[in-house]
Design a protein around this ligand. Structure first.
Ligand SMILES: [Zn+2]
Ligand SMILES: [Zn+2]
Length: 361
């Protein structure tokens, strides 16, 4: 008999249950990860609410290589006992997106050979252990892994993927550089991670939120952001005008969930020739949108999504450098038997004031 693995499986709408699985045997191209910590992402909460098939959720995973095949070890440059941050993508490696480095947009769809993501694959697909809310995970031959420094506290390592998005959207897509003013609308986990990436790039960062997110705005200051604007009490446009001496923001990012007003606001507070990045789905149209402003101000309007190998590297390096007090972002940590509460808390329906919610299996 093989070793048993305990995992929290999403089994219905807003319901998970602990199940036991066999630890699979691996080929020379595969591996097994012992999960150390998992950060909860908005995507996990969305799957939890809109149940499809039984699956193990969780895809912002930090862990230790428990077993590794000979070929996998050479390909990944890793050995048993190494600590790693995992990307959620399992790219096919062959399609045009993969061949040009944009494997987050992999277009291949045969789940056996890639084009899938950890935390989204049903347990009906062997060997079931495709999600982070589990003691162990299966490492597919096409897994994308990054070494994580040993000295980094687990709750900080759990921020790797949100920070990677931050570097991707700020430094790579937004081309943020020293001396620029970056305004970020939405001080949640993703907004704060983007703020940190912009600070690391040398920018002045303005974090924008409402009275309901006052605690997060205060936290933004503790993390080193330069200015905060509370749109419930302050006028956004004149505040930005004042901070920038009338120049307005070089780069604006919207990562608010909910309404579309922050998008029009973002366009208004961007400088002429500035860049507006959109990083949060709205699932609705923008009413009476004056698109001419984009032309008048010669703005670059760009949708941003996910991360690249390079941005994950940047994130692991920033975390290892210990430059920011990242552990301030961790609001709640739960065990494997509390995954339901963890997902509810991350989605604003459990314990109060969530930010980075983690699970330690
Ligand atoms: Zn995610
Ligand atoms: Zn591909």
């Amino acid at each position: 008999m093989g070793k048993k693995v305990l995992a929290a499986v999403a089994v219905g709408e807003k319901e998970t249950a602990l199940r036991e699985f066999e630890l699979p045997d691996i080929s020379s191209e595969e591996g097994i990860l012992r999960v150390e910590i998992v950060g909860i992402c908005g995507t996990d909460v969305s799957y939890y609410r809109h149940f499809q098939e039984p699956k193990i959720l969780g895809h912002h995973v930090i862990g230790y290589i428990e077993k590794i095949g000979e070929i996998a070890s050479k390909k990944w440059g890793l050995k048993e006992g190494d600590r790693v941050a995992m990307e959620e993508y399992i790219p096919c490696g062959q399609c045009k997106a993969c061949r040009t480095g944009a494997y987050r947009s992999c277009t291949f769809t045969d789940p056996r050979s890639g084009g899938i993501r950890y935390g989204t694959v049903p347990i009906s697909m062997s060997p079931s252990l495709w999600g982070g809310f589990s003691q162990y995970m299966y490492l597919h031959p096409n897994s994308v892994l990054h070494k994580m420094a040993e000295h980094v506290p687990a709750v900080e390592a759990a921020l790797t993927l949100p920070l990677a998005n931050g570097f991707e959207w700020m430094s790579i897509e937004g081309k943020v550089t020293t001396g620029q003013v970056v305004a970020i609308y939405g001080p949640g986990q993703q907004g704060l991670a983007c703020g940190l990436a912009a600070k690391a790039a040398g920018a002045t960062v303005i974090m924008i939120g409402r009275s309901s997110s006052l605690r997060r705005l205060t936290l933004a200051q503790e993390l080193g952001m330069d200015y905060i604007i509370n749109t419930t009490t302050d006028d956004l446009y004149s505040s930005i005008e004042q901070i920038t001496n009338g120049r307005m923001a070089d780069v604006v990012l919207d990562v608010t969930s909910g309404g579309t007003a922050p998008i029009t606001d973002s366009i208004n507070i961007a400088k002429k020739g500035g860049t507006v990045l959109l990083g949060a789905y709205k699932y609705q149209a923008i009413p009476d949108w004056d698109i001419d402003t984009v032309i008048k101000k010669t703005l670059t309007l760009k949708g941003v999504r996910g991360h690249s190998f390079e941005s994950v590297q940047m994130a692991t390096e920033l975390i290892a450098a210990g430059r920011f007090p990242l552990s301030l972002l961790n609001s709640h940590n739960y065990g494997l038997d509390q995954v339901d509460l963890a997902l509810k808390t991350a989605g604003g329906e459990g314990e109060p004031a969530p930010l980075l919610v983690t699970v330690t299996p």
